[in-house]
Each structure stands twice: as structure tokens, then as C-alpha cells.
Write a protein that binds this ligand. Sequence first.
Ligand SMILES: Cc1cc2nc3c(=O)[nH]c(=O)nc-3n(C[C@H](O)[C@H](O)[C@H](O)COP(=O)(O)O)c2cc1C
Length: 265
Amino acid sequence: MVEIMKEICIGCGACVRECPVRNLTMENEKASVKRSCMECGHCFAICPQKAINISGYPSDGIIEFVNQTSLVNGEEFLRLIKSRRSIRDYQEKSIAKETWEKILEAGRFTATSGNGQDLKYVVVQDELETVKKYVWDGFAALIEQLKKSRGDTSPLVRQLRSMNAVHLASQDDRLFFNAPALLVITSASPLDGGLAASNIELMAHAEGLGVLFSGFIQRALALNEDACDYLKVEKTQICACMLLGYPNVEYRRSVPRKAAQITWK
Ligand SMILES: Cc1cc2nc3c(=O)[nH]c(=O)nc-3n(C[C@H](O)[C@H](O)[C@H](O)COP(=O)(O)O)c2cc1C
């Protein structure tokens, strides 16, 4: 709930002008709250006096800005994006809890539709071997499902069957590679989950970690009820499955990309 501390409010009206749902008004030269709202926090962020409190949230993670225009250099930010690669070879090194907390903070502060903030994260590191078994079982079910829908000889079925056979015959795991951790993100909104996942990926990259989004793991996990129960995730709400770890590879340059398809009007 948004609360105005009237004794601190100077009545500048910045919050009233900023409120996206016009939920604030001026009363006796002080800002006043009309009703409960989605608590986007814009009033809190814009108040020059810190006269606004939003109850029910942890107080950590708030930062003060001196100069918004110099937050990040655009060229450097694009460099970060272009230097990110999907990592399929990892060092034998686990990710420290403090590092997890840092990168998950990037998800926590990502925009969500209607400020719903309805995202859950499952960090699998200690129990990865157990989860791998569940996912490989789901992978077998995925192959059966694809066989029915696409036919026994479709390229995708052949690829998945080959991955499964190699995994059964050797240590070569083309699903989890040798990543030390898996992050599962769930949300009722696939876009909210995807946006958080993207920010987490970039933050992980900035922290020296590598990431691989795995559509195969996501589909295999959703097909295994036991795995979903074990991880306490709702199978219809899995937005992203991301492998994480310290890369064992170093790239020398960025990659070519198709020209962007842009319509200018
Ligand atoms: C949603 C999503 C799912 C993906 N699933 C897989 C996967 O199951 N296995 C895999 O090896 N790579 C997977 N990838 C990685 C893509 O193949 C990769 O992004 C693409 O080849 C471009 O390489 P880059 O990410 O290094 O630029 C996935 C990527 C995304 C965004």
C-alpha cells in the first residue's frame, strides 16, 4: 500500500503527475492516495523528499541516483550483449550463493505486466544429478511424443534419439553438457518470465558466468510430472530453463547475425 508521509511531503506534485493510473491527488497542498494500486513504485522513485513509503516490501535493493544519464555507457552495454554466447562447456566450479543472489536480483528488478511480480526461481545445484535423471526420463517421453506428431524419421526425432543414445552409451551429455547448475523460472506470464530470464542471463555474463537456455530441458521437464513435483513447479508455468556455470571457453569475436527486419513508418 502506498503511504504519503504528510509531514515530509512538500506538495511539489511530482508523484501526482507521474502516477500512471492517476491514483494520487493533491489535498490541502499535500499528495494524497485515492485507493490501493499496482504499486509500481514510480511515486516512490520520483519523490524528491523521500516522503513516500510502500508497505509490505523488503527494504533491500533500493539505490539512489545522482545522475540518471550516466548510468551505463550504451556502447559498452551493446558490447556486453554482443559478447554473450550460449555456453556448452563449463569449468568444474560451482556458483557461490552470493553470486546467485546477485544475478537473481536482475530478475527481481525486471518489469512485469501490471507489476504482478509473479515469478519463481528454482536454483538446482546441490541436487542437479537427481534432476538430470528426471529430465532424461522426460526427454525419452519427448522423443515418443515427437515421433507421434512428426514421424519416426523426422530430423528432430533423429537428433533427439541420437542425443539419447550417446548419453546412454557414454558420459557425453548433450542436454546438460557439464554445467554445474540449472535455473528454472516459472510464471503465469511467459513474457514476464522471459524478460527476467534475459536480464538474469546478461547479469550472469557480466559476472563472468556462462548461460545456456535449454528448450529441450524445458520440454522434457514439463513432460515429467515427478520432476515437476520434485522441483515444486507448475508444468504449464515453466518459462525458462537455464544452465549456468563458469565458461570453459573463450571467444575471440562476436558472431554474424541476419539483418534486422525493421519496418519504418
Ligand atoms: C529459448 C532458447 C532455447 C534454446 N534451447 C537450446 C537447447 O535446448 N540446446 C542447445 O544446445 N541450445 C539451445 N539454445 C541456444 C541457441 O541454439 C543459441 O542461442 C543460438 O544457436 C545462437 O547462439 P548464441 O546464443 O551463442 O548467440 C536455446 C536458445 C534459446 C534462446
